[in-house]
Design a protein around this ligand. Structure first.
Ligand SMILES: NC(=O)c1ccc[n+]([C@@H]2O[C@H](COP(=O)([O-])OP(=O)(O)OC[C@H]3O[C@@H](n4cnc5c(N)ncnc54)[C@H](OP(=O)(O)O)[C@@H]3O)[C@@H](O)[C@H]2O)c1
Length: 259
């Protein structure tokens, strides 16, 4: 990663992979100007671990309230972030927040389907739209850099092999009852591809990144990876992205995944 300090925003930063992303970025070698760690209830008990981490890195981490299903919350956060990052803009937006509700197609209610889509698909879409001016500002401010990178202007969507249609024949029998999650992640994958094409001219890179099966509240105890290993891999992948990977679906170990 180039040695220019950049501004990064992470959603769902209070636990799991989001919290570990904040920790490794704040304590890692790449210089960070602003690390905007967002969560829906920063002052409640669920925000405590993030607040403790922010206290250890007050010069870098700013905790912001952001509920990805609430348009007012998204707009307010975007305004606050705009004031903070200024003309340098926002270099990297990581859409990490998501929910996983269990159920097969037969047992998934319309309400569960809508709640999952609201968080996992509409959330990233509304956030990308609201933060677009800050991403464009970052691309313009780094116009001397190579065409596309996570140091310049990029959006990383936390994706999942559960949303891969090609891999469904293998993954379905291992995890059959995450129907709404699978469909939402497949939609997020398409959102990533469409955004990569729509914002190519603006030199904003988009990629879908699979963290692996990770031991978090969502991944459960049986996961293959610790959060630290997954996040270490994802940061290496993000640091290596160029325009060649614009619109790609990548694993945390940098292998290309099938949609
Ligand atoms: N863990 C895995 O094995 C795995 C595998 C593939 C993909 N992923 C993806 O990786 C990402 C992170 O997963 P994880 O394992 O860290 O999940 P997790 O432990 O369940 O954490 C989910 C995070 O999302 C936040 N969130 C949920 N709804 C939100 C909302 N409306 N507004 C703001 N934040 C919200 C949660 O905040 P609260 O504390 O407020 O609920 C929490 O911080 C997700 O996109 C997930 O789909 C994970």
């Amino acid at each position: 990663m180039a040695g220019i300090p950049r501004s990064v925003l992470i959603t769902g930063a209070n636990r799991g992979l989001g919290l570990e992303l904040v920790r490794q970025m704040a304590e890692g070698p790449s210089p960070i100007r602003h690390l905007l760690a967002c969560c829906r209830d920063p002052d409640g008990p669920r925000g405590q671990a993030l607040q403790d981490l922010a206290k250890r890195h007050p010069e870098v981490i700013t905790v912001k309230q952001l509920d990805v299903t609430d348009l007012c919350s998204i707009q307010r956060c975007s305004q606050q972030v705009g004031s903070l990052v200024g003309v340098g803009g926002l270099n990297l937006l990581i859409n990490n927040a998501a929910i996983l509700l269990t159920g097969t197609m037969q047992t998934t209610s319309p309400e569960d389907m809508l709640a999952t889509f609201n968080t996992n698909v509409l959330g990233p879409m509304n956030i990308i739209k609201a933060f677009l001016p800050h991403l464009c500002a970052a691309a313009a401010a780094s116009s001397g850099m190579a065409a596309m990178s996570c140091s310049k202007a990029a959006v990383i969507n936390l994706a999942s092999v559960m949303g891969s249609m090609n891999l469904a024949p293998q993954t379905y029998h291992i995890v059959p009852s995450v129907f709404s999650y699978r469909v939402s992640k497949a939609a997020l994958h398409m959102l990533t591809v469409c955004a990569a094409l729509e914002f190519q001219q603006s030199e904003i890179l988009f990629a879908a990144l699979n963290p692996g099966w990770v031991k978090t509240d969502m991944g459960g105890e049986g996961g293959d990876l610790e959060a630290s290993e997954s996040v270490g891999g994802m940061i290496r992948v993000m640091d290596s992205l160029t325009e060649e990977q614009n619109g790609a679906f990548l694993n945390y170990d940098s292998t290309l995944l099938p949609w």
